[in-house]
Design a protein around this ligand. Sequence first.
Ligand code: ZN
Length: 116
Amino acid sequence: MLGSKQKRAIRQELHEAQGFRCFYCRRSMPDNAATIEHVIPRADGGDDSMGNLVVACQWCNCLRDRMDHEKFRRVVDSLVRGGASLGPVDQLTRMGELKARRKGAAARKRKRAKVS
Ligand SMILES: [Zn+2]
């Protein structure tokens, strides 16, 4: 595990190396919006080495969940490319809302199943 001081230093280094942009959606983001992402999630055997770390904006970090990073990047790419009138943030927000709604529905379903 990384300490918070180490984390901050790594985040700043990665943020600078990526041109202060999100690894996935390529939008520029302020330092306080950057979150450290494991390209290969720790749960899947990824480590804390610099080669496995990138910085992503909070939306991408939150939406990616455990999706394969290449797949997720393609999804974000297509959203950014297709987003003539809507910014990726809006689309990602919608995606997040849909996902949350689906999650909520699934949780409610499970609850009901338990009761009956
Ligand atoms: Zn992003």
